[in-house]
Design a protein around this ligand. Structure first.
Ligand code: KMH
Ligand code: ZN
Length: 307
Protein backbone atom coordinates (compact mmCIF):
# COMPACT_ATOMS: atom_id res chain seq x y z
CA UNK A 1 0.00 0.00 0.00
CA UNK A 2 1.18 3.52 -0.76
CA UNK A 3 1.28 5.88 2.19
CA UNK A 4 0.12 9.50 2.37
CA UNK A 5 0.43 12.10 5.09
CA UNK A 6 -3.00 12.96 6.40
CA UNK A 7 -3.32 16.19 8.36
CA UNK A 8 -6.27 17.11 10.54
CA UNK A 9 -6.54 20.89 10.99
CA UNK A 10 -8.53 21.07 14.18
CA UNK A 11 -9.81 24.64 14.62
CA UNK A 12 -8.00 27.36 12.59
CA UNK A 13 -8.82 31.05 12.72
CA UNK A 14 -11.47 31.33 10.02
CA UNK A 15 -14.52 29.81 11.61
CA UNK A 16 -16.14 31.36 14.67
CA UNK A 17 -18.00 29.62 17.50
CA UNK A 18 -21.42 30.63 16.19
CA UNK A 19 -20.81 28.69 12.98
CA UNK A 20 -20.59 25.29 14.66
CA UNK A 21 -21.02 24.00 18.22
CA UNK A 22 -18.40 21.36 17.38
CA UNK A 23 -15.51 23.77 16.76
CA UNK A 24 -12.93 23.00 19.50
CA UNK A 25 -11.95 26.00 21.59
CA UNK A 26 -10.31 25.09 24.90
CA UNK A 27 -7.02 23.23 25.37
CA UNK A 28 -8.98 20.19 26.64
CA UNK A 29 -11.29 20.23 23.62
CA UNK A 30 -8.34 20.59 21.24
CA UNK A 31 -6.47 17.73 22.89
CA UNK A 32 -9.57 15.55 22.71
CA UNK A 33 -10.04 16.43 19.04
CA UNK A 34 -6.38 15.62 18.34
CA UNK A 35 -6.73 12.27 20.10
CA UNK A 36 -9.84 11.40 18.09
CA UNK A 37 -8.27 12.50 14.79
CA UNK A 38 -5.16 10.43 15.47
CA UNK A 39 -7.24 7.43 16.50
CA UNK A 40 -9.16 7.77 13.23
CA UNK A 41 -5.85 7.70 11.30
CA UNK A 42 -4.45 11.24 11.04
CA UNK A 43 -0.66 11.52 10.76
CA UNK A 44 -0.41 15.21 11.69
CA UNK A 45 -2.59 17.60 13.66
CA UNK A 46 -2.39 21.27 12.66
CA UNK A 47 -3.06 23.52 15.63
CA UNK A 48 -4.15 27.10 16.30
CA UNK A 49 -4.86 28.55 19.74
CA UNK A 50 -8.11 30.20 20.82
CA UNK A 51 -9.03 32.16 23.88
CA UNK A 52 -10.65 29.49 26.09
CA UNK A 53 -13.41 31.89 27.26
CA UNK A 54 -14.40 33.63 24.03
CA UNK A 55 -13.15 31.32 21.30
CA UNK A 56 -11.36 34.19 19.57
CA UNK A 57 -8.13 33.14 17.78
CA UNK A 58 -5.29 33.85 20.19
CA UNK A 59 -1.53 34.30 20.06
CA UNK A 60 -1.22 33.88 23.83
CA UNK A 61 1.88 31.82 24.43
CA UNK A 62 0.64 30.28 27.69
CA UNK A 63 -2.54 29.00 26.02
CA UNK A 64 -0.52 27.60 23.13
CA UNK A 65 1.78 25.82 25.56
CA UNK A 66 -1.14 24.25 27.39
CA UNK A 67 -2.66 23.06 24.12
CA UNK A 68 0.61 21.57 22.88
CA UNK A 69 1.45 19.72 26.06
CA UNK A 70 -2.10 18.38 26.41
CA UNK A 71 -2.11 17.12 22.84
CA UNK A 72 1.31 15.53 23.30
CA UNK A 73 0.16 13.74 26.43
CA UNK A 74 -2.91 12.31 24.72
CA UNK A 75 -1.71 11.25 21.29
CA UNK A 76 1.41 10.58 19.26
CA UNK A 77 0.43 12.59 16.15
CA UNK A 78 3.01 14.95 14.66
CA UNK A 79 2.04 18.42 15.87
CA UNK A 80 2.17 21.20 13.27
CA UNK A 81 1.68 24.63 14.84
CA UNK A 82 0.37 27.57 12.87
CA UNK A 83 2.44 30.68 12.29
CA UNK A 84 -0.43 32.10 10.23
CA UNK A 85 -2.24 32.89 13.46
CA UNK A 86 -5.43 34.91 13.00
CA UNK A 87 -6.58 38.31 11.68
CA UNK A 88 -4.82 41.27 13.23
CA UNK A 89 -1.98 39.35 14.90
CA UNK A 90 1.47 40.81 14.44
CA UNK A 91 4.23 38.88 12.69
CA UNK A 92 6.09 38.70 16.05
CA UNK A 93 3.05 37.20 17.76
CA UNK A 94 2.71 34.62 14.99
CA UNK A 95 6.40 33.60 15.16
CA UNK A 96 6.46 33.19 18.94
CA UNK A 97 5.18 29.62 19.02
CA UNK A 98 8.18 28.41 17.01
CA UNK A 99 10.70 30.33 19.11
CA UNK A 100 9.12 29.23 22.40
CA UNK A 101 8.03 25.65 21.77
CA UNK A 102 10.28 24.50 18.93
CA UNK A 103 7.73 22.24 17.21
CA UNK A 104 8.73 19.55 14.70
CA UNK A 105 6.60 21.13 11.99
CA UNK A 106 4.93 24.54 11.58
CA UNK A 107 3.13 26.40 8.83
CA UNK A 108 5.05 29.10 6.96
CA UNK A 109 2.77 31.15 4.72
CA UNK A 110 4.69 31.70 1.49
CA UNK A 111 3.47 35.17 0.51
CA UNK A 112 1.06 38.00 1.20
CA UNK A 113 -2.51 38.02 -0.05
CA UNK A 114 -5.95 39.46 0.46
CA UNK A 115 -7.66 36.97 2.77
CA UNK A 116 -11.28 37.63 3.49
CA UNK A 117 -14.19 36.03 5.27
CA UNK A 118 -16.61 38.95 5.14
CA UNK A 119 -19.15 37.19 2.86
CA UNK A 120 -19.78 34.69 5.67
CA UNK A 121 -21.51 37.55 7.51
CA UNK A 122 -24.34 37.51 4.96
CA UNK A 123 -25.49 34.12 6.23
CA UNK A 124 -25.18 34.84 9.94
CA UNK A 125 -27.12 36.47 12.75
CA UNK A 126 -27.36 36.03 16.54
CA UNK A 127 -23.70 35.70 17.36
CA UNK A 128 -22.49 33.84 20.45
CA UNK A 129 -19.74 36.43 21.06
CA UNK A 130 -19.47 40.16 20.36
CA UNK A 131 -16.07 39.86 18.68
CA UNK A 132 -17.33 37.58 15.87
CA UNK A 133 -19.16 40.04 13.53
CA UNK A 134 -16.39 42.63 13.86
CA UNK A 135 -13.70 39.96 13.22
CA UNK A 136 -15.41 38.78 10.05
CA UNK A 137 -16.20 42.31 8.84
CA UNK A 138 -12.64 43.63 9.25
CA UNK A 139 -11.28 40.86 7.05
CA UNK A 140 -12.67 42.75 4.01
CA UNK A 141 -9.77 45.19 4.46
CA UNK A 142 -7.17 42.62 5.53
CA UNK A 143 -3.95 41.81 3.73
CA UNK A 144 -2.29 38.70 5.20
CA UNK A 145 1.25 40.01 5.55
CA UNK A 146 4.07 37.66 4.58
CA UNK A 147 6.64 39.98 2.99
CA UNK A 148 10.13 38.88 1.97
CA UNK A 149 11.41 40.32 5.23
CA UNK A 150 8.91 38.19 7.15
CA UNK A 151 9.82 35.12 5.10
CA UNK A 152 13.51 35.73 5.84
CA UNK A 153 12.89 36.19 9.55
CA UNK A 154 10.56 33.22 9.82
CA UNK A 155 12.92 30.91 7.95
CA UNK A 156 15.67 32.02 10.35
CA UNK A 157 13.57 31.09 13.40
CA UNK A 158 12.62 27.78 11.82
CA UNK A 159 16.26 26.96 11.03
CA UNK A 160 17.34 27.89 14.55
CA UNK A 161 14.82 25.47 16.05
CA UNK A 162 15.16 22.82 13.34
CA UNK A 163 11.40 23.18 12.78
CA UNK A 164 10.33 21.98 9.34
CA UNK A 165 8.36 24.60 7.42
CA UNK A 166 5.11 23.52 5.83
CA UNK A 167 4.78 26.19 3.13
CA UNK A 168 1.20 27.38 2.72
CA UNK A 169 0.83 28.27 -0.97
CA UNK A 170 -2.35 30.10 -1.98
CA UNK A 171 -1.28 31.21 -5.43
CA UNK A 172 1.37 30.45 -8.00
CA UNK A 173 3.63 33.46 -7.37
CA UNK A 174 4.33 32.10 -3.90
CA UNK A 175 6.29 29.26 -5.51
CA UNK A 176 8.72 31.91 -6.77
CA UNK A 177 9.07 33.14 -3.19
CA UNK A 178 10.03 29.62 -2.08
CA UNK A 179 12.53 29.36 -4.96
CA UNK A 180 14.03 32.67 -3.84
CA UNK A 181 14.46 31.38 -0.28
CA UNK A 182 16.10 28.24 -1.65
CA UNK A 183 18.48 30.34 -3.74
CA UNK A 184 19.47 32.27 -0.60
CA UNK A 185 20.10 29.01 1.28
CA UNK A 186 17.59 29.97 3.99
CA UNK A 187 15.54 26.76 3.57
CA UNK A 188 16.44 23.15 2.81
CA UNK A 189 15.06 20.42 0.55
CA UNK A 190 12.83 18.47 0.58
CA UNK A 191 10.36 21.35 0.46
CA UNK A 192 6.97 20.57 1.96
CA UNK A 193 4.09 22.49 0.42
CA UNK A 194 0.46 22.73 1.48
CA UNK A 195 -1.54 24.08 -1.46
CA UNK A 196 -4.39 26.08 0.10
CA UNK A 197 -7.28 26.49 -2.31
CA UNK A 198 -10.61 28.24 -2.11
CA UNK A 199 -9.69 31.22 0.09
CA UNK A 200 -11.29 34.49 -1.02
CA UNK A 201 -8.14 36.31 -2.17
CA UNK A 202 -6.33 33.13 -3.30
CA UNK A 203 -6.80 30.58 -6.08
CA UNK A 204 -10.26 28.99 -6.35
CA UNK A 205 -10.54 25.29 -5.46
CA UNK A 206 -10.62 23.67 -8.89
CA UNK A 207 -8.81 20.68 -10.29
CA UNK A 208 -7.38 22.82 -13.09
CA UNK A 209 -5.86 25.16 -10.53
CA UNK A 210 -4.37 22.25 -8.58
CA UNK A 211 -2.83 20.76 -11.72
CA UNK A 212 -1.51 24.23 -12.64
CA UNK A 213 0.04 24.69 -9.18
CA UNK A 214 1.54 21.23 -9.19
CA UNK A 215 3.04 21.62 -12.66
CA UNK A 216 4.34 25.10 -11.77
CA UNK A 217 5.96 23.73 -8.61
CA UNK A 218 7.78 21.10 -10.67
CA UNK A 219 8.96 23.74 -13.13
CA UNK A 220 10.05 26.21 -10.47
CA UNK A 221 11.34 23.92 -7.72
CA UNK A 222 12.29 20.73 -9.53
CA UNK A 223 11.12 17.32 -8.39
CA UNK A 224 12.37 17.48 -4.82
CA UNK A 225 9.25 18.56 -2.99
CA UNK A 226 6.38 16.84 -1.26
CA UNK A 227 2.96 18.37 -1.28
CA UNK A 228 -0.49 18.27 0.20
CA UNK A 229 -3.79 20.01 -0.49
CA UNK A 230 -6.43 21.60 1.65
CA UNK A 231 -9.48 23.45 0.41
CA UNK A 232 -11.80 25.81 2.19
CA UNK A 233 -15.49 25.01 2.38
CA UNK A 234 -17.58 22.76 0.22
CA UNK A 235 -14.78 21.72 -2.13
CA UNK A 236 -12.70 20.16 0.65
CA UNK A 237 -13.30 16.50 -0.17
CA UNK A 238 -13.23 16.96 -3.94
CA UNK A 239 -9.79 18.59 -3.77
CA UNK A 240 -8.45 16.13 -1.18
CA UNK A 241 -9.53 13.29 -3.42
CA UNK A 242 -7.86 14.91 -6.45
CA UNK A 243 -4.64 15.34 -4.47
CA UNK A 244 -4.59 11.67 -3.56
CA UNK A 245 -5.14 10.64 -7.18
CA UNK A 246 -2.28 12.92 -8.23
CA UNK A 247 0.12 11.35 -5.72
CA UNK A 248 -0.08 14.13 -3.12
CA UNK A 249 -0.99 14.25 0.55
CA UNK A 250 -4.06 15.80 2.02
CA UNK A 251 -5.54 17.79 4.86
CA UNK A 252 -9.06 17.76 6.28
CA UNK A 253 -10.48 19.23 9.49
CA UNK A 254 -12.86 21.82 10.88
CA UNK A 255 -10.32 24.60 10.22
CA UNK A 256 -11.11 24.32 6.53
CA UNK A 257 -14.64 22.94 6.40
CA UNK A 258 -17.30 22.53 9.09
CA UNK A 259 -19.35 19.96 7.18
CA UNK A 260 -19.23 16.23 6.60
CA UNK A 261 -21.85 16.26 3.85
CA UNK A 262 -23.97 19.02 2.36
CA UNK A 263 -26.12 20.33 5.22
CA UNK A 264 -24.58 18.02 7.83
CA UNK A 265 -22.11 19.55 10.28
CA UNK A 266 -19.14 17.35 11.13
CA UNK A 267 -19.20 16.62 14.86
CA UNK A 268 -15.42 16.25 14.89
CA UNK A 269 -12.46 16.51 12.53
CA UNK A 270 -12.16 12.76 13.16
CA UNK A 271 -15.31 12.18 11.09
CA UNK A 272 -13.65 13.91 8.15
CA UNK A 273 -10.48 11.88 8.72
CA UNK A 274 -12.54 8.68 8.59
CA UNK A 275 -14.26 9.80 5.41
CA UNK A 276 -11.07 10.64 3.48
CA UNK A 277 -9.48 7.37 4.62
CA UNK A 278 -12.50 5.46 3.28
CA UNK A 279 -12.02 7.21 -0.07
CA UNK A 280 -8.23 6.70 -0.02
CA UNK A 281 -8.55 2.96 0.62
CA UNK A 282 -10.65 2.66 -2.52
CA UNK A 283 -7.54 3.95 -4.33
CA UNK A 284 -5.20 1.54 -2.52
CA UNK A 285 -3.81 4.28 -0.28
CA UNK A 286 -3.22 4.18 3.44
CA UNK A 287 -2.43 7.07 5.84
CA UNK A 288 1.15 7.21 7.12
CA UNK A 289 1.78 6.68 10.80
CA UNK A 290 3.47 9.58 12.61
CA UNK A 291 6.80 7.69 12.45
CA UNK A 292 6.39 7.19 8.70
CA UNK A 293 5.43 10.87 8.39
CA UNK A 294 8.61 11.87 10.24
CA UNK A 295 10.68 9.82 7.82
CA UNK A 296 8.97 11.29 4.74
CA UNK A 297 9.34 14.89 5.98
CA UNK A 298 12.73 14.36 7.68
CA UNK A 299 11.54 15.78 10.99
CA UNK A 300 13.71 16.11 14.06
CA UNK A 301 11.42 13.95 16.23
CA UNK A 302 9.01 14.48 19.12
CA UNK A 303 11.78 14.24 21.71
CA UNK A 304 13.31 17.50 20.38
CA UNK A 305 10.32 19.82 20.93
CA UNK A 306 10.14 22.20 23.91
CA UNK A 307 6.72 21.31 25.33
N1 KMH B 1 -6.55 28.27 7.44
C1 KMH B 1 -5.92 28.01 6.19
C2 KMH B 1 -6.66 28.63 5.10
C3 KMH B 1 -1.80 28.75 8.80
O1 KMH B 1 -2.28 28.18 9.77
O2 KMH B 1 -0.65 29.14 8.75
C4 KMH B 1 -4.52 28.46 6.17
C5 KMH B 1 -3.62 28.06 7.29
C6 KMH B 1 -2.64 29.07 7.63
O3 KMH B 1 -3.70 26.98 7.81
ZN1 ZN C 1 -3.97 26.94 10.01
Amino acid sequence: MDKFILTAALTGAIHTPTMSPYLPITPDQLAEEARRAREAGATVVHVHARDPQTGRPSAESRVFGEILSKIKSQCDAIICTTTGGGFGMTVEERAKVVKTYSPELASLNAGSLNFSLHPLLDKMQDFKHDWEPQYLAMSEDFIFPNTFKTLREFSGYFAQEDTKPEFEVYDVGMLNNIAFMLSRGSIKKPIYIQFVLGILGGLPATINNLVFLHNSAREILGKEFVWSVCAAGKNQFKMCNAALLMGGFTRVGLEDNLYLEKGELAKSSAEQVEKIIRIAREHGLEPATPEEGRTILKLKGAQAVKF
